[in-house]
Design a binder for this molecule. Structure first.
Ligand code: ZN
Length: 337
């Protein structure tokens, strides 16, 4: 394997708070010898677990970057036992552009793991994270939102894991996040996720999806900030007990699951999607979930889509327009136990 061209000005293993960059060379039309500077913070104090918080794995998802920028400024080494690594804008070119994919190579950071040392800029950054950062970590928390295309109920999620000990550690951590919803789920997104890279190393991985439709709202920022601090407390990296929703006068975190691809409702026609339900509504399998209108054919009846699963609508298409293959609805089911 070749040598990564990425370098950094932070020294892992050094005590204290360091804020710097991962520097990845990027030759572009506007910058011959330029680099992408991915911000990184390391806050380290004595013995303890290493936690990695990631924001901006996709651009256009704002809660993670905002919560993590605040955490970098607020967290002091004397409050920490162990090490906190924070990457508030992992796919920096995408975050800067407010786009899901990097405009430099049109790649989705969360589809290219484990990356390539001599690949495109997104692959090169992923490779460095995979080789140099992930092996140091005990737990990785990846903060997403629905971005421009999805509206999602705020949730923390984990995958179905085969290893019992890993599943239990991940489960305990998930329950500490204290968002309105917690999901155990199966993905339909294919390979290359940061999730799988971390899970394959036997570590704890959690994905938060908080917010969406290109917005940043006080409530979703708050859920992300409280959740991140709850996880730091859960792992004993900062002092205190995780702050439960009940103690804040809120309804308890609801636990549901997404066991298969039928929970994701897909558009089979292009048009304008009209959802019959709001997020959080109960839907029944076989009953109409929404319909697609065909604006250039006024006399053509709208195409009604029946829900394939009974449960709660936890996600739906953000913009009105849909193309064939777009996810228009996500239904989570009651857990078996
Ligand atoms: Zn995302």
């Amino acid at each position: 394997m070749g040598q990564s061209p990425v370098s950094t000005d932070v020294a892992l293993g050094e005590q204290g708070k360091q804020v710097g960059y991962l520097r990845a060379p990027a030759s572009t039309n506007s910058s011959a010898w330029g680099s992408v500077l991915v911000p990184i913070a390391v806050i380290e104090n004595g013995e303890g677990p290493t936690m990695l918080f990631v924001g901006g794995n996709h651009g256009g998802e704002y809660e993670g970057p905002v919560a993590l920028l605040k955490l970098i400024r607020e967290l002091q080494p004397e409050q920490v036992r162990g090490r906190v690594i924070i990457l508030p804008a992992l796919n920096l070119p995408a975050v800067t552009a407010g786009m899901r994919l990097s405009p430099l190579d049109n790649k989705d950071m969360n589809r290219v793991f484990p990356g390539r040392w001599n690949g495109t800029i997104t692959e090169v950054i992923a490779h460095y994270i995979h080789e140099e950062i992930l092996p140091l970590c005990d737990a990785v928390i990846d903060l997403h939102s629905g971005g421009a295309s999805l509206a999602l109920m705020p949730y923390i999620s984990m995958h179905y894991l085969d290893d019992e000990a890993q599943r239990e550690r991940t489960w305990q951590a998930m329950m500490a996040f204290q968002s309105p919803l917690a999901l155990v789920m199966k993905e339909i997104s294919g390979p290359g996720l940061l999730d799988y890279a971390v899970e394959n190393m036997g570590k704890v991985f959690l994905c938060a999806e908080v917010g969406g439709v290109g917005m940043l709202a006080p409530a979703t920022v708050n859920i992300t900030e409280v959740g991140a601090r709850n996880l730091l407390k859960h792992f004993g990296v900062i002092e205190g007990e995780p702050l439960s929703r009940e103690r804040r006068g809120l309804s308890p975190m609801q636990l549901m699951e997404i066991p298969d691809a039928d929970c994701y409702q897909m558009a089979l026609s292009a048009g304008i999607y009209e959802s019959f339900y709001e997020l959080g509504d109960r839907v029944e399998a076989g009953q109409p979930l929404g319909q697609i209108h065909f604006v250039q054919y006024p006399l053509r009846e709208a195409e009604v889509m029946a829900a394939k699963r009974s449960g709660m609508l936890v996600g739906r298409r953000g913009p009105g327009g849909v193309a064939v293959g777009d996810v228009v609805g996500v239904v989570a089911m009651e857990t078996g136990d």
